[in-house]
Design a protein around this ligand. Structure first.
Ligand SMILES: *Cc1c(COP(=O)(O)O)cnc(C)c1O
Length: 481
């Protein structure tokens, strides 16, 4: 060993000797007000990690961590940082400035005030979840929303499960297990990488029978495929893409006629599912649940948290005879909807009795049809507030752009919007984006032409000050790096 290495080695040994033990640091921590709320087990683990990190660094580099003199204050500082990270919640508030309204990765739909109040009441008190208050006997959780769903949709019967993927699985398992399900090749959709009609079908024990071509399917294609083993005709709403050009698809009404001739049930997976005719608000038409019921589908399934604007749930509406069989399927127990979801869903559904009010009350509907003046006002407020930070390196401007419905809904719909675009001298947009994601609340925008855009359509009124705070602290964090 060279003389230099030996010296380093001695210095390391000396430093390791100076490193305090776990109990000594815990004793310091007990007097640190910044660590007062940290449970002892967590604190102990944090102290161990900090000391192990220091030991490792000393052995590897022969020096203590930068700016660390192994003294009480610096070790406690490292423990506080470790404890902050350990105590922070993993599910945190994110400001959605992406302009994607039903953003699956950011939690899809925001609940209305009424829905949140209902969730709170259901969470903090007992309820008649499965108790019939009239008879004093056991009740069914499914009845809580069945009447209101039937009232709005016109269906004979309804039930709700955990999500729409579960609703599709449950329906297929009930009516088509070990039988063939006929689906058009143009409708074999994949949603968000994890839900594919063919995969769900094989899980349910149904056998997929594809008909037609990707762009064109005719009634005669279904007719030719029907045999004694057919269990169901299935229509899947191509919610997240459009097939344009030389196309022909079989309408639900035509499928209902085919089903009637062959004595087969017809199901439609609407995906998003909406009770609102969006074409009345200047948007592209999305088929409504009422229309599918009126067309005579035996079963219709849709999501609770896409265009409906409620909590994650899967809604099934249909004929009473089939729904009675579905309700008896033991799978329902595994796909059971929870009481908090049920509370949020009931309030959301009740809002639809007064459609104009629903457009204001339900955040998803409001954001999709929000008047431009409101978006403009938010953009102007944000631009002004960012300007008031007074950082010469930060440039911002208001610009026109396009928001999206997201969540595999209204895929071809472009929603004109206003964004605030920011740039910071000497820093590319992805670096700023990353810094904003690291803040709490995190702010998620979108990058276009090396500018970071905040799309105000999906930013709530109360979140503008939050964006400014986050930009401010991200800028100061970046200027120290
Ligand atoms: C989104 C979607 C689903 C899955 O719904 P979840 O509520 O996310 O489970 C199923 N089918 C279609 C057509 C969809 O668009």
């Amino acid at each position: 060993m060279s003389g230099k290495n030996k010296q380093t080695d001695n210095a390391s040994q000396e430093m390791l000797r100076r490193l305090p033990g776990v109990d000594a640091v815990l004793a310091w921590a007990a007097e640190d007000p910044g660590l007062a709320g940290v449970p002892r087990s967590v604190l102990k683990a944090c102290v161990r990690r900090v000391l192990a990190g220091m030991r490792k660094q000393i052995l590897e580099s022969g020096a203590p961590p930068a700016e660390n003199d192994l003294g009480r204050e610096s070790i406690l500082g490292a423990v506080r940082a470790e404890a902050d990270a350990a105590m922070a919640e993993n599910l945190v508030h994110v400001i959605n400035a992406t302009g994607i309204v039903v953003h699956t990765n950011l939690g899809r739909s925001l609940l209305s005030e009424k829905a949140m109040a209902h969730v709170r009441a259901a969470a903090s008190g007992y309820s008649n979840l499965e108790f019939d208050l009239a008879t004093g006997r056991r009740g069914s959780r499914y009845e809580i929303v069945e009447d209101i769903i039937c009232e709005i949709s016109g269906a004979e019967a309804a039930m709700v499960v955990n999500n729409n993927a579960g609703a599709v699985l449950l329906c297929l398992d009930t009516v088509a297990k070990n039988r063939e399900v006929i689906v058009s090749r143009g409708e074999l959709v994949e949603i968000g990488g994890s839900f594919r009609i063919p995969d769900v079908m094989s899980r349910s024990g149904a056998v997929l029978r594809e008909v037609g071509a990707t762009n064109r399917t005719h009634p005669r294609d279904y007719q030719a495929a029907i045999n004694e083993n057919t269990g169901l005709l299935l229509k899947v709403h191509t919610s997240n893409y459009g097939i344009v050009g030389f196309t022909r698809s079989v309408s639900l009404k035509e499928m209902v006629d085919l089903g009637a001739d062959a004595g087969l049930p017809v199901m439609e997976d609407l995906g998003s599912g909406t009770f609102v005719d969006f074409s009345r608000y200047g948007l592209i038409k999305e088929p409504t649940v009422q229309e599918s019921v009126a067309a005579g589908a035996d079963l219709v399934t849709f999501s609770g948290d896409k265009l409906l604007g409620g909590p994650q749930a899967g809604v099934i509406v249909g004929s009473k005879a089939i729904m009675d069989r579905i309700k008896k399927n033991p799978l329902t127990r595994a796909l059971r909807i929870d009481k908090l979801t049920l509370a949020a869903l009931e309030s959301t559904l009740r809002a639809y009795r007064d459609a104009p009010a629903a457009m204001e009350e339900i955040p998803t509907l409001y954001m999709l049809t929000c008047p431009m003046e409101h978006i403009e006002k938010k953009a102007a407020d944000l631009e002004k507030a960012l300007g008031e930070i007074g950082d010469a390196k930060l440039k911002c401007r208001v610009m026109d752009s396009v928001s999206r419905a997201g969540g595999g809904s209204l895929p071809l719909q472009e929603l004109p919007t206003k964004c605030v675009a920011i740039t910071v001298d000497g820093m590319n947009a992805s670096r700023i984006d990353q810094a904003l994601r690291g803040q709490r609340p995190a702010v998620i925008g979108r990058i276009e032409n090396d500018e970071l855009l905040f799309d105000l359509r999906t930013v709530q009124d109360g979140e503008i000050a939050g964006i400014v705070d986050v930009v401010l602290s991200a800028l100061s964090a970046l200027s120290f790096k």
